[in-house]
Design a protein around this ligand. Structure first.
Ligand SMILES: CCCCCCCC(=O)SCCNC(=O)CCNC(=O)[C@H](O)C(C)(C)COP(=O)(O)OP(=O)(O)OC[C@H]1O[C@@H](n2cnc3c(N)ncnc32)[C@H](O)[C@@H]1OP(=O)(O)O
Length: 131
């Protein structure tokens, strides 16, 4: 997975003109990003499409392991859509490792509104690929 080609990642790539262009920071044991969705990301009026919500949760978990220096892919992702995620508000997306067995990392993630309300939660299994 070349670094240059990864710059086309829909969620984080710098070269992808229609991508989300997420930035990340590590805060203690959590990997964090912020994102404000626009109308181009919605499904129902004013509500972020569930696929974009899932993308945010997918990215924050798998990319955390990638950022640690591994080639990692999402092997499983379960999303709990707790309430509609609104367009036009800054969303904080955070992921953390909750377990590890060999090449498999168990991860949890959530999306929060500025007031701390959780709109969606994810449970992911991320697998490290051999070089
Ligand atoms: C900078 C860019 C950052 C981008 C981040 C993007 C994140 C993503 O979205 S990645 C894209 C989405 N994900 C994918 O495309 C992955 C597609 N799937 C695959 O490639 C494979 O199924 C893969 C690699 C996950 C597993 O391959 P597989 O051949 O099953 O693995 P394998 O080595 O045989 O299995 C190892 C063990 O893990 C277990 N395992 C495999 N998948 C899972 C799973 N989902 N949950 C639990 N255990 C699993 C297997 O059962 C096996 O255990 P055992 O030895 O007991 O049988």
């Amino acid at each position: 997975m070349s670094e240059e080609r990864n710059e086309w990642c829909f969620a984080c790539g710098r070269h992808n003109p229609i991508g989300l262009k997420l930035n990340f920071r590590e805060m203690e044991d959590r990997y964090v990003s912020t994102f404000t969705a626009g109308p181009e990301h919605q499904g129902y009026d004013g509500i972020v499409h569930g696929g974009i919500v899932s993308t945010l949760l997918d990215e924050i978990t798998a990319r955390y392991i990638y950022a640690k220096g591994y080639n990692a892919v999402t092997a499983r992702l379960e999303v709990r859509f707790r309430q509609p995620t609104p367009v036009g508000q800054e969303l904080t997306v955070a992921g953390r490792v909750v377990g590890q067995r060999g090449k498999l990392y168990e991860m949890q993630a959530d999306i929060r509104l500025p007031d701390g309300t959780v709109t969606a939660e994810g449970k992911a299994t991320v697998m490290i690929l051999e070089d």
